[in-house]
Design a protein around this ligand. Structure first.
Ligand code: GLY
Length: 277
């Protein structure tokens, strides 16, 4: 299962919608083909890298610009089997933040932010890359809020029954320098042996709702996944939390949920692929 953030009917065209549907279908199917010969952990990184490389989505190339004119990206990966989590927060000038998170996976210090994350990426051999696209600079210069709330993510279950989750974002756009996204926290990206979740939406709301960790905990404690998702999203209502999530269980149950219209998503089991409409 993959997601590509939110799509706003009122502010984006039918051409953009079709392009996102086609991109999500292509990436879901490519990731499933990859999953046949790779682990869930390798596959979520593969899928999120493809999403980062597509400028339609707010992660990697095409990321939104912060209030000081600089792009800072965040990404995380989690292996459900080993319960290992690694991530980068507010990383600048790399093409694929998710690959820097992958590189951190075997380190002792596994979540790095800002300058330290950049230094680590440079030392690990990630070349300088400017992820800006002209559309984002135009939006920034016009001081417009970008269209739609973005983030990308993937959850996967492999042939050995292992779950993994990965999430990557360019943030909210126009945010204060130093603001932390949910994507490289356990609220936005979490997996264990029972359930894997990747979130999108407003980071502050996702953290307030502790969405990914809460859904995974509830499923681990025996709650049906549909009930866990419903209850967790109901808890957002008291503060009108804006969020979406893709949820995959160890039995292969796939659930997608958003609090507001419309998260864009795709999923495939190799035989049939479904895309948001
Ligand atoms: N979910 C992306 C962000 O708010 O930073």
């Amino acid at each position: 299962m993959i997601h590509g953030g939110f799509f706003s009917e009122s502010s984006t065209s039918s051409e953009v919608k079709l392009a996102k549907q086609q991109a999500l279908k292509r990436i879901a199917e490519a990731a499933h083909a990859y999953l046949l010969t790779h682990s869930a952990l390798e596959t979520v990184a593969f899928a999120v890298q493809m999403l980062e490389d597509d400028p339609l989505f707010n992660a990697g190339t095409g990321s939104q610009i912060q209030s000081d004119g600089i792009i800072r990206m965040s990404a995380a990966i989690m292996d459900g089997q080993s319960a290992r989590f690694s991530g980068v927060i507010n990383l600048e000038n790399v093409q694929n933040p998710i690959q820097v998170a992958v590189q951190l996976f075997s380190e002792d210090d596994r979540v790095l932010g800002g300058e330290g994350a950049g230094k680590f990426a440079k030392e690990a051999g990630f070349p300088f890359y400017n992820p800006e696209i002209p559309q984002r600079r135009g939006e920034y210069e016009a001081k417009l809020k970008a269209t739609g709330i973005g983030t990308v993510g993937c959850v996967a279950l492999d042939g050995l029954g292992r779950l993994a989750a990965a999430t990557s974002t360019g943030g909210k756009g126009f945010e204060r320098v130093g603001r932390i996204s949910d994507s490289a926290t356990v609220a936005g990206n979490y997996a264990n042996e029972f359930c894997a979740v990747s979130c999108t939406g407003v980071g502050e709301d996702i953290v307030s709702g502790a969405i990914a960790a809460k859904i995974v905990t509830r499923v681990s404690d025996g709650m049906a996944a549909t009930v866990a998702v419903e209850r967790t999203f109901n808890e957002l209502k008291s503060f009108d939390g804006f969020a979406g999530a893709i949820v995959l269980t160890a039995t292969g149950e796939m659930i997608w949920q958003d609090s507001h219209p419309h998260m864009v998503w795709a999923h495939t089991d190799g035989e049939s692929t479904k895309v948001f409409d």
